[in-house]
Ligand binder design. Structure first.
Ligand SMILES: [Zn+2]
Ligand SMILES: [Zn+2]
Length: 139
């Protein structure tokens, strides 16, 4: 039996289902992923020989292919959320972890391109944690 995974974008127009298994889960710190995500790293799951089905909103999905590279990003044209991309060169579907609504069953495999890691992400142990939005942020 094939495992199924479901996901969606923030505005809810796009929903998808993936039939297959994740073999790897990479946190990528490369400079392209920094621009692409607006954050310190991307978090992408890779599923070989799997089937991606758009359950709804396929016409709102746009894919950006970066020139002269394998870097691609699919996103919802309405809300900008990251969505899965088919990477034909490696016969895999690349799934942004945050787009999944179903539970992710594998642990991150590795951090990659850490030589490009931004300095503010390296030492976060002393940064305070809050369960939700703290009071002082509202002031
Ligand atoms: Zn959306
Ligand atoms: Zn990257």
């Amino acid at each position: 039996m094939t495992n199924k995974h479901q996901g969606s974008c923030l505005c809810g127009r796009v929903k998808y289902e993936l039939s297959g298994d994740f073999q790897s889960f990479f946190l990528c710190h490369c400079t392209r992923c920094q621009k692409d995500t607006g954050s310190a790293h991307a978090a992408n799951l890779f599923a070989k020989a799997s089937t991606l089905t758009w359950l709804q909103g396929e016409s709102d999905v746009k894919t950006y292919q970066h020139l002269n590279s394998m870097h691609a990003k699919s996103f919802c044209q309405i809300c900008g959320s990251a969505l899965p991309t088919i990477a034909e060169s490696i016969n895999s579907v690349v799934v942004p972890a945050g787009s999944l609504d179903s539970v992710i069953s594998i642990e991150p495999t590795a951090k990659i391109f850490v030589s490009s890691c931004v300095n503010w992400f390296r030492y976060l142990d002393n940064v305070p944690n809050y369960e939700e939005l703290p009071e002082q942020v509202n002031n």
